[in-house]
Design a protein around this ligand. Sequence first.
Ligand SMILES: NC(=O)c1ccc[n+]([C@@H]2O[C@H](COP(=O)([O-])OP(=O)(O)OC[C@H]3O[C@@H](n4cnc5c(N)ncnc54)[C@H](OP(=O)(O)O)[C@@H]3O)[C@@H](O)[C@H]2O)c1
Length: 223
Amino acid sequence: MRPYVILNAGMTLDGKIASKTGDTRISCREDIIRVHELRKRVDGIMVGIVTAIKDDPKLTAHKAKTPGRDPVRIVVDSRARIPLKANVFKGDARTIIAVSKKADERKLKEIEKKAEVIICGEDRVDLECLLEELYNRGIESVLLEGGGTLNWSMLKHRLVDKVSVAITPKIVGGKDAVSLVEGEGFETIAEGVRLRLEKHYELGDDLILEYEVLGNYKYPRTQ
Ligand SMILES: NC(=O)c1ccc[n+]([C@@H]2O[C@H](COP(=O)([O-])OP(=O)(O)OC[C@H]3O[C@@H](n4cnc5c(N)ncnc54)[C@H](OP(=O)(O)O)[C@@H]3O)[C@@H](O)[C@H]2O)c1
């Protein structure tokens, strides 16, 4: 059993989730509020370690207009590279750092003073194992908030159930600018993850697209 997973991102029309310099000020104000409202409706928010280091996000729902609890913050970090002063350790929200067996034991002891640790996988975090562990801890829904490398691994392993993107009317280009999905990619279009458009609407300057991921999945439908 694993949680229901929603991949969410703000991107430019050319599919970039950051500029080549790492600028991520993409979505409009209304979309940022939408994402914070969405955060309150899930049990966990998950990001890759590069996003946690580069953006140093709080991963809370502090910009939501309606009251509610913050979800559990989950960082996927094979070698426990997360800085001990990172914002994900601040505030009252619960934090989980997911690591592999390659993580340094002394660093893990320091992390355990501030957060929970889940060990899954030999060299890299085993995402199927992680999602099962999260489910066993009562986390039944997860908002996957990137970056492109983690998005690829989650999609490749068929661990995503819904994709929601806010497309901002900008084009930034750049072969080194991170795209919605990175990784090695599929060989052919036919192998690509199949989606079905569920909903689309304008929000501020952005266009919101919500897709169901098609395929055989093992999660219990909780929403
Ligand atoms: N616009 C948006 O909505 C948005 C949202 C999020 C991020 N971003 C941007 O995206 C960029 C970062 O994306 P990124 O692709 O470079 O990195 P990322 O996806 O944030 O993190 C990737 C890292 O996660 C770790 N990881 C551990 N286990 C993994 C697994 N099984 N599969 C994949 N990764 C695993 C790996 O590092 P280890 O091997 O060290 O563990 C890997 O290099 C930043 O510029 C950020 O600002 C934008």
